[in-house]
Design a protein around this ligand. Sequence first.
Ligand code: CO
Length: 178
Amino acid sequence: MTKLKVLEYPNPILKQISQEVDVVDEDLRKFMDDMVETMKHEYGVGLAAVQVGVLKRVIVIENRFDDEDDDDKKQYEILYLVNPKIIKKSDEKCINEEGCLSVPQMRAEVERSASIKIEYLDYFGNKKELETDTFLAVVIQHEMDHLDGVLYIDRISRLRRQMLIKKYEKNIKSKEQK
Ligand code: CO
């Protein structure tokens, strides 16, 4: 597996719209394995293909959940979402703090639907459905935005976005000076 380079804001590729995948084959599986490797290396909970410069509608997510029998045991599964589509979303909203590997070191509160139902193709190209009202719903909506060239900072107020970007640019400058 290969660790890929994660593109960072304001790279213009992040604004582009990703294309549907025609067929889930060995090449795509190898790419998804590399995406997982990259996500784990960067300690992310999700990664969209566009974030490594590939304009395909592909997402990987590390879905963490607590073991009900054992508080100390944290479990997780990797979700592979190819061509995901939202087929149902709640009017009820939730607000959560989000971050993004493409906007390092920043966080902001974002409003999203509290629950969603999606359909997608899995790692082997099988058609699947998934309904969730946990934090996973937030992660999926965040990652699906990437496929349409939308970052979470596009979903906050203009004033908060300006403040966040100012701080972000300051961080980049101080990193460059080091
Ligand atoms: Co992101």
